[in-house]
Design a protein around this ligand. Structure first.
Ligand code: LLH
Ligand code: MG
Length: 384
């Protein structure tokens, strides 16, 4: 089926989250925000969709790379088209990043699922129809009764367990919080959460991202004494040897890399050289579903788990298609944000969670998003 049309629809919706100066998400007053819908359509009228930031789908990305490769091609050739787009990343001088590449690839997968009337997780392998979720908190803040103190984390953890989560991951305080980062406060928050949930709930920590080796070591010792399950992105991931050093010096499993570039190539290096005990991928970090599946299978070949970064339809599809990853990352969560409320442009959220803490894979074709096309049409700013 030949691709005949590729369209980016930019529209407004009401958001109740804001980003701080370092890019971390926090609760905010309801305000107008902008997002975009990428639509890829073939000659028979079938379309595939994905949502992304208007920046990742800006005209230069679309015209110079995505449309240039995809227009006139067979939409079913997902791997061939991904390889052709990925080649352009070098020529783009880095401007065509893994996020934009991943969005284009996700729309192709959605198209394929809709075309053959099957959910993407089934097409990819159909390993499991449900998966447990861990509650992933927002980064710490300075909001009263929010996530401002270790006691706030403890109270919220108790709420999360009552809500049905079987595991919790903390993101602790990072700049621009005025006094952060602080190893001492991170350990205090981790201790308050352990105290609140008891000895048996798996707990994880994703801390600061910019600690030195000695700070990362001290924090790691603290949380392994609290029987935490994994320790994630506490240092800049561009230095793999720092992670090798840390993994050699701590007992707690190290998870990564999440943010570092290089797709499956960098994940293979980390696995081979011992930078991580648990591998990491996410569809928006490595350029899509195809490369994520390669990383999951790379981990499987080495008897490693691979845990998926973040939620959303693409990550959920991957989780339904392999077995060596334990949890869906549900979040980011905060006492003042209702995660279960869908944004106005969706009729339902992709990942409703029952009281059993399980996320069920979508049963509808493609990536399974229940898109409110009428709402988008009424709030469109531009179509290109
Ligand atoms: O910086 C943040 O807000 C978090 O680290 C965020 O990227 C989160 O998605 C994450 O790392 N989850 O694992
Ligand atoms: Mg993380």
């Amino acid at each position: 089926m030949i691709i005949t049309d590729i369209k980016v629809t930019t529209f407004t919706y009401t958001s109740n989250t804001v980003q701080d100066t370092d890019g971390h998400t926090h609760p905010g007053d309801p305000h107008d925000a902008t997002t975009a819908l990428l639509t890829i359509t073939t000659e028979d009228g079938t379309s595939g969709y994905t949502f992304g930031s208007p920046d990742a789908l800006r005209p230069v990305m679309m015209d110079n790379f995505i449309k240039k490769v995809l227009m006139g091609q067979d939409a079913a050739d997902r791997e061939r088209l991904w390889q052709a787009m990925a080649r352009w990343q070098r020529g783009s001088g880095g401007s065509f990043n893994d996020r934009s590449l991943g969005l284009a690839e996700l729309a192709l997968w959605d198209w394929f699922g809709r075309k053959i009337d099957m959910p993407v997780w089934k097409i990819l392998g159909g390993m499991r129809d449900k998966v447990p979720a861990y509650g992933s908190t927002m980064c710490g803040d300075e909001i009263e009764n929010g996530l401002a103190t270790p006691e706030d984390y403890g109270r919220f953890a108790e709420w999360l367990i009552n809500r049905g989560y079987s595991a919790i991951k903390l993101h602790t305080w990072m700049p621009p919080v005025s006094w952060a980062p602080s190893v001492k406060m991170d350990i205090a928050a981790c201790a308050a959460v352990r105290e609140a949930v008891g000895p048996d709930v798996p707990l994880m920590l994703d801390a600061n991202h910019w600690y030195s080796r000695t700070e990362a070591f001290e924090l790691g010792k603290g949380i392994q004494n609290l029987n935490y399950y994994w320790y994630e992105e506490m240092m800049d991931e561009h230095s793999m040897s720092s992670y090798v050093w840390l993994a050699e010096n701590l007992d707690i499993p190290i998870l990564g890399p999440e943010f570092v570039e290089g797709k499956f190539h960098s994940r293979a290096e980390w696995a081979i050289h011992g930078g991580a005990d648990i591998l990491r991928t996410g569809v928006m970090d490595v350029g899509g579903i195809g490369p994520s599946m390669k990383i999951c299978h790379l981990a499987e070949s080495l008897n490693m788990d691979c845990e998926i970064h973040g939620g959303g339809p693409g990550n959920l599809a991957v989780l339904g298609a392999f077995f060596n990853g334990r949890w869906y990352e549900r979040g980011l969560l905060h006492p003042f944000v209702d995660y279960d409320q869908p944004p106005e442009y969706l009729n339902t959220i992709i990942d409703p969670m029952g009281p059993d803490g399980l996320i069920h894979m979508p049963t509808t074709p493609g990536l399974g998003e229940d898109i409110n096309f009428n709402w988008i049409a009424d709030h469109t700013i531009s179509e290109r």
